[in-house]
Design a protein around this ligand. Sequence first.
Ligand SMILES: [Zn+2]
Length: 424
Amino acid sequence: MRPRRLLALAILVLPAAAPAAPPVTTVLRCGRLLDGRGGVRDNVSVVVEGERIKSLGAEAPSGARVIDLSRATCLPGLIDNHTHILLQGDITAADYDEQLLKESIPYRAIRATAAVRTALMNGFTALRDLETEGAMYADVDVKTAINRGVVPGPRMFVSTRALAPTGTYPLLGYSWELRVPEGVQVADGVDGVRRAVREQVKYGADWIKYYSDRRYFMRDGALHSWVNFSDEEAKALVDEAHRLGRKVAAHAIGRDGIEAALRAGADTIEHGHGLDDELIDVMVRRGVYWCPTIFVGAYVAEGRAAAGAPIWKTMVDLERQAFAKALRKGVRISYGTDAGGYAWTENQAKEFAYLVRYGMTPMQAIQSATSVAAALLGQEANLGSVEPGRYADVVAVKGAPLVDITELERVSFVMKGGAVYRQD
Ligand SMILES: [Zn+2]
């Protein structure tokens, strides 16, 4: 009885043949437009129809909603290709363990919804989130909630749990009598890593992330590390991911870890402090991207040095040298911050100032977070530039970011998919 009556009600309320509403047209009148691909134009109208950009520079169609940004600089929505929405800062191992031991995954997911809202309001309309740090597949759930309009947030490209072999990743150091949470999915052996990749793809991974190395140390003037997986395991991991249409991000800090990740065929190198000329040449030749995550290194260095690991301060200097070489040789450097490795109360746009201080022009820094970042994601047709056909992901700042890159820390307008989320 009851289900049938509900059904009848639903039919009354929702007529099946409702005509589709015509797409809403919005015009952004931009005083200046940085298109994300190096182009600069003044006094441009960006015509948005539905969730995509229809045209540039055209007259506003009659009846269109006009948003006046004539005293602002418009640019594509920013993309951060290395975040952890389920982490809230882990300067020391104790900070990290505290979150995994004392916060439930539902609670961490609630905090993640605050993190993604913060990211969007700061102008980041797309994130590649590089593992949940023990929170299982909660990144997939946050992505689903954003896509269904339950919570506001960026477009999410998620990697779920990351992979590392037994004994190489926190939580470590507890009594063997205790079963404590793992910060990754532990996988061993060729069959083990293939099965783990399949499982992550099954539950929604867009990318596969793995930890190529740990234990960083200096020897003969170079930053070295212990490599986590055997070559056979790492190659199987990358091969299985590629077979299933997923790309692979490798955490690799020391030169040993980077070299192993490049041997295995990883698509992006994360952190990469130990990059030298030889490794840089391989990356250029193979088109491997680098997310240097500079700000987080500087941010955690003091705390980690105080906790007995001074190597983190040396690594800041090494990365700056590696950055200069990589920039000169033409490595594709993508914006990636490791936000979540530091608290979400820090604006992830602070990375821009480091990119410029380390040698990029402001325009190069902007492209690293727009067109270059979109290319890393394989999303050039949708994201990373303000052009007809792209998603209407557009942000604006009141100042001149080509003069002062820190203007990007003060985004005053955010549109994602044609919807306005912020307008100061
Ligand atoms: Zn990270």
